[in-house]
Design a protein around this ligand. Structure first.
Ligand code: SF4
Ligand code: SF4
Length: 296
């Protein structure tokens, strides 16, 4: 059975689509948005991390490491991510981030929450990282969910081959599609990639799928000017399958997780937009006739 690299499976989510949902976060993302709230999801490999605030310096991780026999316990150059240190760590300070799971294993966990889905009109959301970066796994998981009549949402940045998105479109109930900024220079500078594939994929998807929620992170100084927001609203207004726009105000939660992760180098200390600025942004989309919601 197909397996994927999973960052986390989070239950009782209420911001990742309708109803109560279980969100499966896949590991690996082709973008490098510096404001990313899940920087640990960027690498497509399992990673070893130590939460210093939890470490009591007991030394058990070093004793358990197979490299200890060579006098190199914990040497990053020799680490095979075997997980022995994480398993023995008494405080949970040492962790392996990312685990291989089969479609069946993920589905078993998700189906534990079926009663909540049925009660609330919820389902499963496949997120990341970028779910389309593991296309075989995401497609097989979507098929398995369809066979069990589960509502499915795919949360994507849209940076993937068009064929993969087309295959997903025939299986997923809903797309949560991230739109950062229309200006390609800004997009390259702040995410590391051009937006041309993302925009062409979105236009294609909106022609073949009729349940798309556009998610726009409001990043102060990057995409929150009247000009940029109007340009995004005009573009979204041309898309047939879009049902709503979610504006996601910037917050500083992810910044606590950023040290030690790779970024684009343009990160600055930002203050979240004021309530008035967020309301002004929302008005630009509502005035364009779009069903606009602030928040997930
Ligand atoms: S993951 Fe394995 S090899 Fe790497 S430091 Fe821990 S015990 Fe050693
Ligand atoms: S086993 Fe855990 S708590 Fe003990 S030294 Fe290692 S990381 Fe720290």
């Amino acid at each position: 059975m197909t397996s994927g690299l999973i960052l986390n499976i989070q239950r009782y989510c209420i911001h990742d689509g309708p109803g109560i949902r279980t969100t499966v976060f896949l590991k690996g993302c082709p973008l490098h948005c510096w404001w990313c709230h899940n920087p640990e999801s960027r690498s497509a490999q399992p990673e070893l991390r130590t939460l210093e605030s939890r470490c009591i310096h007991c030394g058990q991780c070093r004793e358990a490491c197979p490299l200890a026999a060579e006098g190199r316990a914990g040497d990053p150059a020799g680490c095979t991510r075997c997980g022995a240190c994480a398993e023995i760590c008494p405080t949970g300070a040492r962790q392996i981030v990312g685990r291989e799971m089969s479609v069946g294993q993920v589905l078993d966990e998700v189906l534990c929450d079926r009663v909540f889905f049925d009660e609330s009109g919820g389902g499963i959301t496949i997120s990341g990282g970028e779910p389309l970066s593991q296309p075989a796994f995401t497609l097989d998981l979507l098929r398995a969910c369809r066979d069990r009549s589960l509502h499915t949402a795919v949360d994507t940045c849209g940076f993937a081959p068009a064929e993969v998105l087309q295959k997903c479109a025939s299986l997923a109930s809903l797309f949560l599609y991230d739109l950062k900024v229309l200006d390609d220079d800004l997009h390259r500078r702040h995410t590391g990639v051009s937006n041309s594939l993302i925009l062409s994929n979105l236009a294609m998807l909106a022609d073949i799928h009729d349940n798309i929620w556009i998610r726009i992170p409001l990043i102060p100084g990057m995409n929150d000017s009247v000009l940029q927001l109007q340009s995004a609203a005009r573009f979204v207004n041309t898309l047939r399958g879009v049902r709503q726009v979610n504006l996601l105000p910037y917050h500083t939660l992810g910044s606590q997780k950023r040290p030690g992760t790779t970024g684009t180098g343009v990160q600055t200390a930002l203050r979240p937009d004021s309530r008035e600025a967020i309301e002004r942004a929302a008005a630009i989309f509502s005035d364009a006739g779009l069903n606009t919601i602030v928040g997930g």
